[in-house]
Every structure is written in structure tokens, then in C-alpha cells.
Design a protein around this ligand. Structure first.
Ligand code: SAM
Ligand code: FES
Length: 339
């Protein structure tokens, strides 16, 4: 069955239909996702300032450049004052959200994390945390301290593949974290990596159905990019088109959620973020981390903006957005925000 026989506007597909659509590189898929994005989310793009505050991680994810066993990178942590300086730059740039992201770093116990959250929330921004797996009590404390959103990708819903990619981690715990976050009232973000070794289109279809079942508020789809200092250094490099298809299908199935044009997309394809914005995405996350730390947060090679300053990134992304006829949001960009 060829996908054009399907009604793309019905916002629902079976696993088999999704897998079949993913096998075809058809412009109509991207155009349909773009039309649905326009209808439900309008022309404005939400900017979220990304602060990479620690590259210390206890985990050893096979694909990740800052995994525990990569001894070639110098580890760092930002001081609270350094984080706040990035927050001030984010506010000054007019962005409505700060995304605090890092490895799973035990240095930040609940007290330290909550203290940092409270300091950030003195500024007029929404706060997204992307700091990995925690207990229910820890998530609850972060929520009470003022965090608004939490982002933790499922990475893959293929249980066997998940186990291979994440030694010492549990698939069941990852799922539980996501449902805990949702229950605690965070806007919940998840997503997947596209192009992992032995990942099938059927499992990508399952990923999309999982996003819908969870009723996630934001979905980040990243093409997997092999890092030379990881066990997956020899894997397939160009996963852009498949990632774009997963993203466009996610928009079609979940018309009102927030979907970023991811940094990884631009890192493997020139203008990758503009292409994504024209294929269903409505969010961009410019890097607000200071220059001296950027090369040390190398999740994958050729990551964009590694040698640029936050100010250069702000100017560059705003121009790109305006040049494709879109506008820049002035709201905090919650799921229900229309602009
Ligand atoms: N520790 C947090 C967590 O587990 O959610 C957040 C940090 S983690 C570095 C952020 C994301 O980077 C992961 O969810 C993963 O999908 C992505 N990532 C890591 N290595 C990558 C690679 N080689 N290519 C593309 N994306 C990668
Ligand atoms: Fe921990 Fe990648 S392995 S952030």
C-alpha cells in the first residue's frame, strides 16, 4: 500500500501505515506537516536558550560523546553564577525559556538543584530541565522549586535495542520517569534518536505511537551522529531524511505540540533547522553556553556553533527564522500558547 492512499489529515495511523510512510521519501509528507503546523501553531517560532551546565555523567550510553568512558574530554561544571549569567543573556535576547541540560551528575543533589532552580526562576522565564533519570521525590522537589518542564528522551522504544545502547540502565525505569514527570504536572518532553544500529522502521513507528500514548507536550527528534570516541564510531552517518520523516509524522499525529528543529539536524545538513521548520517544527534551541565550555559538550562531531559566542548564535538564528518568513514568539511557548 502506497502512503498517498492514506488520509494524512486524520491524525492517526497504524504501526504498519507509519512504517510504510517512513520508507518513502515524499515531499508531500513534509508539506502536510507544514500545513498542520501552520494551522495549529501559527507562524511564530519559540526560542529556548540552552545552557549546557555540566558534562559529567555517570551513564555510558553507547552513542554519546560525553559518556562516562570517554576519557578524552575534560569535564566541567558551571558555577551557579555562570548559569545565572547565561540566564540573563537569554532574557536579554527576549527568549521565553531556559533549558538547563547536562549529564547525570551526582554533584547536584536535590538541595543544590532546587537552589539553582529557584535562582533561575527569579527571572521571567519558563524553565525546562533536561538532567536525566531521577526519583519521583526528586522530580517532585524540582517541580515545587519552580521548574516548569522536563525533557527526557525515550531514545528508542525497542526494548532490546534500548538495553544494548544503555548499559546499566533500565527501559522500565525510563518509562516510569516519563509517567512520573507527567503525573507531577511538568510539561513533558521526550523524543528519540533516529539511525541507531539495527533500529527498524517498525520500531520508529512504535516510538511515534508511544509519544501519542504518553500525550507528550514536546517531542525532539535527533538524527544519531556517530562520535569517534564511542563504541558506535563506525555507524551510518546520514540519518537526516529519516529523522525528518519521523518528525513530520509526529506533527501530523500530534498537531498542537511543540517540536524543535534540533541542533543535530543542522549539524549534518546545511540549513537543517530551516528545513525542519518547514516540515513541521516550531521551536529552536539556540546554545547560550559560554564559548569556553562548548567544545567540551561534544555529544557528536561537527556540532554547530561550537566556536561561536551566544550573541552570534542569537543573531544568526533570528535572521534564519525571519528569512523563511516566520516570526519570533514573544510568549513563553507553552503547548497551549497560540503565539
Ligand atoms: N542526561 C540527559 C538525559 O539523559 O536526558 C540529557 C543530556 S543528553 C546528552 C541529551 C540528548 O543528546 C540525548 O537525549 C540524546 O538523544 C542526544 N545525543 C547524545 N549523543 C548523541 C549522538 N551521538 N547523536 C545525536 N544525538 C545524541
Ligand atoms: Fe550521559 Fe550522554 S551518557 S549525557
Amino acid at each position: 500500500m502506497y502512503y498517498k492512499n492514506f488520509d494524512l489529515k486524520k491524525h492517526h495511523f497504524s504501526r504498519e501505515e507509519l512504517a510504510e510512510i517512513l520508507c518513502n521519501n515524499d515531499e508531500d509528507l513534509y508539506k502536510t506537516a507544514d500545513t498542520i503546523r501552520k494551522q495549529y501553531k501559527g507562524e511564530s517560532v519559540h526560542l529556548r536558550g540552552l545552557i549546557e551546565y555540566t558534562n559529567v555523567c555517570k551513564n555510558n550510553c553507547l552513542y554519546c560523546g560525553i559518556r562516562r568512558d570517554n576519557k578524552k574530554i575534560e569535564r566541567y561544571r558551571l558555577t551557579d553564577d555562570e548559569v545565572i549569567s547565561c540566564v540573563k543573556n537569554t532574557v536579554k535576547a527576549g527568549f521565553g525559556t531556559v533549558v538547563l541540560q547536562g549529564g547525570e551528575d551526582a554533584f547536584y543533589d536535590t538541595d543544590k538543584m532546587c537552589s539553582l532552580i529557584k535562582k533561575i526562576k527569579k527571572y521571567d522565564v519558563a524553565l525546562t530541565l533536561s538532567i536525566g533519570e531521577k526519583t519521583y521525590e526528586e522530580y517532585k522537589a524540582y517541580k515545587q522549586a519552580g521548574a516548569d518542564r522536563y525533557l527526557i528522551r525515550i531514545e528508542t522504544t525497542d526494548k532490546d535495542l534500548y538495553k544494548k545502547m544503555h548499559p546499566d540502565m533500565s527501559f522500565e525505569n525510563r518509562i516510569e520517569c516519563l509517567y512520573n514527570i507527567k503525573e507531577l504536572g511538568f510539561e513533558t518532553g521526550t523524543g528519540c534518536l533516529v539511525g541507531l544500529p539495527n533500529q527498524t522502521v517498525e520500531s520508529l513507528a512504535d516510538d511515534i505511537l508511544f509519544f501519542k500514548e504518553l500525550n507528550a507536550d514536546m517531542i525532539g527528534i535527533g538524527p544519531f551522529i556517530p562520535h569517534p570516541e564511542t563504541p558506535l564510531s563506525d555507524s551510518n552517518k546520514d540519518n537526516f531524511d529519516m529523522a525528518l520523516r519521523v518528525m513530520s509524522l509526529t506533527r501530523i499525529l500530534m498537531p498542537d505540540i511543540n517540536i524543535p528543529a534540533t541542533t543535530a539536524m543542522e549539524s549534518i545538513r546545511e540549513n537543517g533547522r530551516a528545513i525542519a521548520l518547514n516540515s513541521g517544527a516550531n521551536v529552536v534551541m539556540p546554545n547560550m553556553t559560554e564559548m569556553q565550555y562548548r567544545p567540551k559538550y561534544e555529544l557528536y562531531p561537527n556540532k554547530i556553533c561550537v566556536n561561536d559566542s551566544p550573541n552570534k548564535c542569537i543573531g544568526c538564528i533570528k535572521n534564519k527564522i525571519l528569512s523563511i518568513g516566520r516570526t519570533i514568539s514573544t510568549t513563553k511557548g507553552f503547548r497551549q500558547d497560540k503565539k
